[in-house]
Design a protein around this ligand. Structure first.
Ligand code: R5P
Length: 310
């Protein structure tokens, strides 16, 4: 087995290699003067079981293209099997036609990864589980729930905790966590009037005196989260913390979170944290390296991956 990484999340790739007790494979991903991407694999991969770690996070298109070119380079170097490891799968939110004459970009990206030559995909907390079906190659969707559960148990008295979904679409995810923690569940009924804006309408459930834990897969602008936090506090919650897998945190999101009433935003390292994220007083990053490392190990040994979540 060999593990390689593009430029999107080398810190995570190194931590995964640390878990696996392997050196990170030697490869360079460079730019020509006109910004074309050039990849060079600097060690033999003939006959190897290769894992390529690359989140398709900002700059999404560059990181996606890096991944596709790395897959191509591995295929032409006679790797035995190539697994694209996407701790964060960008474009996942475009998983259906929101209106007439619009694309399903998540499917297009799945096709690109497959056509480039990937044999398998390993990813984490897909925006919607059914995106696995967009790939015609085996796809494992890992869940961050065990990592989040452990962290919550270390930081909270569970008797006073209420798990909250920040919108109706996230109820299944939040319910799974509430079940593991044996806590109650509340829902923020959000109405989004315009793309990029969010508006909180109603809190379903009694959150008075509760430590609310907002659960979501993505924090992008931070609008959904900060509006939900305000609604919960208005409804009598004692504190609001958010546990969110993918810290996309575009534009002014970090400033929005730091100036919000959120006690803490806990994200994973599926997207490499920027320096702004690292220095934010109320953002904490927890690692997925051991989970992804173990999934890579089991894939390579042809062992069960789903049993990681039993
Ligand atoms: C939406 O369906 C997702 O689960 C997130 O709630 C959304 O992407 C968050 O976006 P933002 O932080 O921009 O409100």
């Amino acid at each position: 087995m060999k593990v390689f990484a593009g430029n999107s999340n080398r810190l995570l790739a190194e931590a995964i290699c640390n878990y696996l007790n392997l050196p990170l494979g030697r490869a360079t991903v460079r730019r020509f003067a006109d910004q074309e991407i050039f990849v060079e694999i600097q060690e033999n991969v003939r006959g190897e079981d290769v894992f390529l770690v690359q989140s398709t996070s900002f700059p999404t298109n560059d990181h996606l293209m890096e991944l596709l070119i790395m897959i191509d380079a591995m295929r032409r170097s006679s790797a035995r099997r190539i697994t694209a490891v996407l701790p964060y799968f960008g474009y996942a939110r475009q998983d259906r036609k929101p209106g007439p004459r619009t694309p399903i970009s998540a499917k297009l990206v799945a096709n690109l990864i497959t056509e480039a030559g990937a044999d398998r995909v390993l990813t984490l907390d897909l925006h919607a589980g059914q995106i696995q079906g967009f790939f015609d190659i085996p796809t494992d969707n890992l869940y961050s729930v065990p990592i989040l559960t452990r962290d919550i148990k270390e930081h909270y008295e569970l008797e006073n905790v209420m798990v909250v979904s920040p919108d109706v679409g996230g109820v299944v995810r939040a319910r799974a966590l509430a079940k593991r923690l044996d806590c109650q569940l509340a829902i923020v009924d959000k109405r989004r009037e315009r793309a990029g804006e969010s508006e909180v309408m109603n809190v379903i459930g009694d959150v008075t005196g509760k430590d609310c834990l907002l659960i979501d897969d993505i924090v992008d602008s931070g609008g959904t989260l900060c509006n939900a936090a305000e609604a919960l506090l208005k409804n009598g919650a004692t504190s609001v913390t958010a546990y969110i897998t993918h810290g996309v945190l575009s534009g002014g999101a970090v400033a929005r979170v730091t100036s919000s009433k959120l006690k803490e935003l806990v994200i994973t390292d599926s997207i490499q944290p920027t320096t702004a994220v690292q220095s934010a007083h109320n953002i904490r990053v927890i690692s997925t390296a051991n989970l992804i490392g173990e999934a890579i190990n089991r894939t390579s040994q042809e062992e069960s991956v789903s049993s990681l979540f039993d």
